[in-house]
Design a protein around this ligand. Structure first.
Ligand code: CA
Length: 360
């Protein structure tokens, strides 16, 4: 090769190299996907809000930074109860909430969150992943252009905070209580007045007497809101929320526009958060309960058996009524009920029998 050709070839090679670098930079810039996640929780709220943060962080890490999700607390981009519409319309690509907030969209949606005297966290995951629940959830959200995923679970919640003792069903009469979903409808049939408020409003509403009682989640979250400073009695068990599933809703068009590996990362990240949040709640509820009882002298009380029995009867009516609202809700109810019947038989001789045995 003479010198002239050598320089010519070198020049051409360098040009190719430069072009390739520029191309790859352009490709990685073009492929950096930025999503917004709106939530029904106060920003960074322990467990729920931090679970949403964790989901965003996982997607970022697992994608090597190719996909970045920015989390917005309730009210930052849209109010708490407007996130369903925001993700449906594409204002945000993702939302983190819980399906019972959307009964106005489809009554049957409540089954994908929790229903009174329904499934525990472990049983809910079994129904969703292996019992046909997820397919029905997808069908329920499809008309809104949304894809659902389970993305967290609180475990069994507490019945709530009261300023009066609950000795019989009549003590619930006239009670104005924050309690969402079907649990609220049960309270209504017991003579109370259910209201639904976002978490951030609970302390002030209870403290000022705008409401007489409230449920929220469990010791970990309730301590964080300071609810023990606004009510005297802390009742259990959370008959109305025995294992509440949190959700990630995803705008279907945005999801379909993702490359396959990022689609998988988004869904796997939801699955990780679904398990992780339950572990976190189980660990942190223990220590928060200890603090509430020993430091703040909270009176922890069980609801009397006959109150529970009455609430269960009313719950069965309420849950069955939801099934009568429309054809899809009926199918969701039937799938859920059939699964519950079978899982109770197994749980009785596994989890329940073991917990009883451990207490002997
Ligand atoms: Ca709750």
């Amino acid at each position: 090769m003479d010198r002239r050709n050598f320089i010519k070839n070198l020049g051409a090679g360098s040009l190719v190299a430069v072009s390739a670098t520029a191309l790859s930079t352009n490709v990685s810039a073009a492929r950096k996907i930025k999503w917004k996640m709106v939530t029904t929780w106060p920003k960074n709220f322990p467990g729920l809000g931090t679970g949403a943060n964790n989901l965003a962080k996982l997607i970022n890490e697992m994608s090597g930074g190719r996909m970045q999700v920015k989390v917005y607390g309730a009210g930052e981009l849209v109010p708490a109860f407007e996130i369903f519409d925001a993700v449906s319309s594409g204002t945000a690509q993702m939302g983190h909430g819980s399906a019972y907030y959307w009964k106005g969209k489809s009554e049957g949606a409540q089954f994908f969150s929790t229903v009174p005297f329904g499934l525990t966290a472990q049983e809910m995951n079994a129904w969703l992943y292996y019992g046909g629940g997820m397919e029905l959830w997808q069908e329920t959200y499809k008309p809104f252009g949304l894809i659902p995923a389970a993305a967290g679970n609180t475990g069994v919640q507490m019945a709530g905070w009261f300023n009066r003792e609950i000795n019989s069903l009549s003590d619930l009469k006239g009670l104005k209580m924050r309690i969402p979903g079907m649990g609220g409808e049960v309270l209504k049939r017991a003579g109370g007045t259910p209201v639904n408020l976002p978490g951030s409003d609970l302390f002030t509403s209870l403290k000022t007497g705008a409401i007489d009682a409230t449920e929220w989640v469990g010791p970990y979250n309730d301590l964080a809101f300071g609810l023990h400073k606004a009510a005297k009695y802390y009742y259990y068990p959370g008959w109305h929320e025995p294992g509440t599933t949190l959700e990630c809703m995803i705008n279907e068009k945005a999801f379909n526009a993702l490359p396959k590996d990022l689609q998988s990362i988004v869904m796997q990240a939801c699955s990780i958060v679904n398990q992780d949040m339950l572990a976190e709640y189980t660990a942190r509820n223990n220590s928060a309960l200890h603090t509430l009882v020993t430091k703040h002298k909270v009176q922890v009380r069980p609801l009397p058996d006959d109150v529970i029995k009455n609430l269960k009867e009313l719950s069965d009516e309420v849950v069955a009524d939801v099934a009568g609202k429309d054809e899809l809700s009926k199918r969701v109810f039937e799938s859920f009920s059939q699964f519950r019947e079978q899982v109770v038989a197994w749980s009785d001789i596994s989890e329940r029998a073991y917990l009883n045995a451990r207490s002997l």
